[in-house]
Design a protein around this ligand. Sequence first.
Ligand code: FAD
Length: 154
Amino acid sequence: MTTAWVTELRDALGADSVLTDPDVTASYARDQAMLAPAGTPAAVVLPWSTDDVVDVMQIASRYGVPVVPRGAGSGLAGASNAVDGAITLVMTRMDAVLEVAPADRLAVVQPGVVNKSLRDAVAGAGLFYPPDPPATTGAPSAATSPRTPVVCAA
Ligand SMILES: Cc1cc2nc3c(=O)[nH]c(=O)nc-3n(C[C@H](O)[C@H](O)[C@H](O)COP(=O)(O)OP(=O)(O)OC[C@H]3O[C@@H](n4cnc5c(N)ncnc54)[C@H](O)[C@@H]3O)c2cc1C
């Protein structure tokens, strides 16, 4: 059965951004913390833009549906594990490096940028972005700011 909020999400973001096939949603239920409990998301939503995220949060708030943001799912704490009935909000499509400002040691990125991509993007400017290469920038930076400090290598 398709719930009203799933219909609203599909109307707002497009059907290909709102996944409810149980085989698919199960694959987004947990991160790499295999001992941590994980529920079953009711929907997996893949936004393309900040406007999409705003739509998701407004619809979820209206219907009281929990939202669990997720990057690459490489965390080891179960923090991106779903709770039953949640929306798992997968940020991997928002993967642009928007700005690199070497003088300020600053990169402005979207939260789905893979750390390795950011590392490569800043390397040409003599900068080094060190964290776990396969993770996304969302986990370390988005909770506070999409303006990501990078470290000078030299
Ligand atoms: C082998 C290995 C080596 C590692 N080495 C390092 C290391 O050298 N340095 C280091 O710092 N860390 C390291 N880590 C930890 C790694 O950085 C985390 O796994 C990473 O931060 C998780 O990123 P993710 O994109 O997979 O996020 P997820 O695991 O998907 O999510 C992690 C948390 O962030 C939240 N989140 C994700 N995206 C967003 C968003 N856009 N907005 C708000 N919240 C969000 C999730 O809800 C969850 O709470 C390592 C991990 C592994 C497995």
